[in-house]
Design a protein around this ligand. Structure first.
Ligand SMILES: [Zn+2]
Length: 329
């Protein structure tokens, strides 16, 4: 199999092996906007508080995160770059789209055709991301983000975005992260994506541990080769840590620890430097991984879920036309 050694972070391309402990679905900086209007917990716009969280994460052994907020949905790529530089945590930014209720009102995304959307998403991966004030930055996105709602692929407001996300993933080789809503159809989505040439191994399906109660669906997706992100850890309005532990242990027993990644999907209510009383971005490292060990999950499985799976998922063949040091053999 071809080796895919590079990960595209906001500070440039780094060897996948250098990432270390990685959480693939986080929100470390989120501008105040429509997401705040939907839910005030969805705003983390204080640089020093976000930096504190990243510094604590680094001190606990964290190496990298994916910030899961795309452009026009509250991302600030320049801030992500500065946070990464100051904290030493590698940050992968995303292009693509989130739920349209989070879209900033001035965005042109709803007016664009599929080719124009595709060009925009590809450009954010190959050329640079756009800042909220419209400047083209040198920092590039390293992952495609897409949101699967209950209306799914048949919703005309989302269909062009999905077509563009799939084309971007195929054209660049970048991994594709999928937000899932309750009632959405991830198996149907995989049919759509694979028909367009997206390999299942390039897809990360997020939130299934709170949105899809049926374990058989999880296993069917894993058998296809997709990665799952279990990110409802210590999110107690959904379920307890004990329940999350048993779900993770069940996936490991079924033989799929090589396809599972763990994350926190943070909000300001779940970050100590903002409003949380009992957890921060480092919660996995300080509290949850010891619980997993005590629950009997093997060291090698934990290492896979926190390190090597993310390294495989996030790495892709950097296009030589993008001016990178590609070493094709
Ligand atoms: Zn999220």
């Amino acid at each position: 199999m071809e080796k895919l050694p590079w990960v595209r972070t906001v500070q440039g391309d780094v060897p996948a092996a250098s990432l270390g402990h990685t959480q693939c679905h986080e929100h470390i900086y989120l501008r105040k906007g429509p997401s705040y209007d939907v839910n005030p917990a969805l705003c983390m716009d204080d640089f020093s508080r976000s930096l504190q969280e990243l510094s604590d994460y680094r001190a606990a052994g964290g190496g990298a995160i994916v910030d899961a907020q795309p452009g026009d949905f509250g991302r600030d790529a320049a801030v992500l770059q500065a946070l990464s530089a100051r904290s030493g945590v590698a940050i992968v930014a995303v292009t693509g789209f989130h739920k349209l209720c989070f879209l900033e009102p001035q965005s042109s995304l709803p007016t664009l055709t599929v080719p124009a959307l595709t060009a925009r998403f590809i450009g954010e991966i190959t050329q640079g991301m756009t800042s909220p004030d419209g400047r083209l930055l040198p920092a590039r996105a390293g992952m495609v983000k897409a949101a699967l709602t209950e209306g799914g692929l048949e919703d005309p407001a989302y269909r062009p975005l999905w077509e563009a996300a799939a084309r971007t993933a195929v054209a660049t080789g970048a991994p594709l992260m999928v937000h899932t809503d309750p009632g959405s159809d991830p198996l149907g989505l995989m049919t759509f994506l694979t028909a367009r040439g997206v390999a299942p191994e390039r897809v990360l399906l997020c939130h299934l541990d709170r949105t899809v109660p049926d374990t058989a669906t999880h296993l069917a997706l894993l058998r296809q080769g997709a990665y799952l992100c279990y990110d409802t850890i210590h999110r107690l309005k959904y379920h307890s840590d004990a329940e999350e532990l048993s779900r993770i242990a069940g996936i490991c027993r079924a033989g799929f620890s090589h396809r599972l990644v763990l994350s926190l999907d943070t909000t300001n209510e779940r970050l100590r430097a903002y409003r949380a009383a009992d957890m921060g971005l480092n919660y996995l490292l300080t509290d949850f991984l010891p619980m997993l060990r005590r629950a009997g999950v093997e060291h090698g499985q934990i290492r896979a879920m926190c390190r090597s799976n993310a390294a495989h998922l996030l790495s892709f063949r950097i296009s030589p036309s993008a001016g990178e040091q590609e070493n094709q053999t």
